[in-house]
Design a protein around this ligand. Sequence first.
Ligand code: DAH
Length: 339
Amino acid sequence: MIAKIKQLLEEVEALKASSAEELEALRIKYLSKKGAINELMTDFRNVAPELKKEVGMKLNELKTKAQDKINALKEQFVNNDNGNDDLDLTRTAYPVKLGTRHPITLVRNEAIDIFNRLGFSIAEGPEIEDDWHVFSALNFAEDHPARDMQDTFFIEAHPDIVLRTHTSSVQVRVMEKMQPPIRIICPGRVYRNEAISYRAHCFFHQIEALYIDRDVSFTDLKQVLLLFAKEMFGSETKIRLRPSYFPFTEPSAEMDISCNICGGKGCPFCKYTGWVEILGCGMVDPNVLEASGIDSKVYTGYALGMGVERITNLKYQVKDLRLFSENDIRFLKEFEAAH
Ligand code: DAH
């Protein structure tokens, strides 16, 4: 028995392996249940009692040495290998495919850039709003139809809390916090309780602009509108203003631009009128200024608001609004060139 242990000890000390498979074969040969060392352990039963102590010690020593050796080989083997077998250094590097910006983001950024150049800075506000900021402070009468359940998402348990139906609410938040001069644009998502179809959705995006200072006039508004239209749709673009009504502006107007698809000649897109509507605007109603703590005898201002989907539709002729929120990769990829 002692001679056998000695022989195995010598064998174990001389072990070498050049691959994981070889090492595993050695482990099985010496250390597994049916391995050489376990076999000796079984034979240990038959060793004469007076020799048991000495043989037992030698046997334990053999087992520890074998385990240490296999572990050492494994470590050396892992270090040498380093997993680099999978690394093919001759393979050509692929360029990483870049994603594309969403068309709504592209148009929003373009509008922000135009207004930034005119000195407007960005203001943001919450999408979950209260009645005051969305309606009351903006001069909506108690019974105004826009408050109707059909347009506005209310929270049943808290009728005062709504999903904002327009970004005009951000005007109010800014006016409450600062005194003029105020020159801001407010891009953001808005919600309306509409049945989803190719031309309506329950959420969309708006950009609001507000300028309040001493002596701001309708002429200032018109200048900015014309500049915006030319920057956004090309220098040939013409604008026209039609009288309109919004509770928060007086006078109010809607702006059309010459149809950028037919150049104003008339086509199905502009219903053969040569004009397409793009935004609402007007002089901020004195009631709105006062509601937010701004002295309407000292200050005047203009505001305008536009739908980003509408502008995107005009620029890129997206016929179905739903495409904007479906995230179909094929649709989004069409805007690769627009970056
Ligand atoms: N808030 C209006 C809407 O959602 C858009 C709008 C119209 C904003 C006129 C304005 C404005 O600031 O002056 O339909």
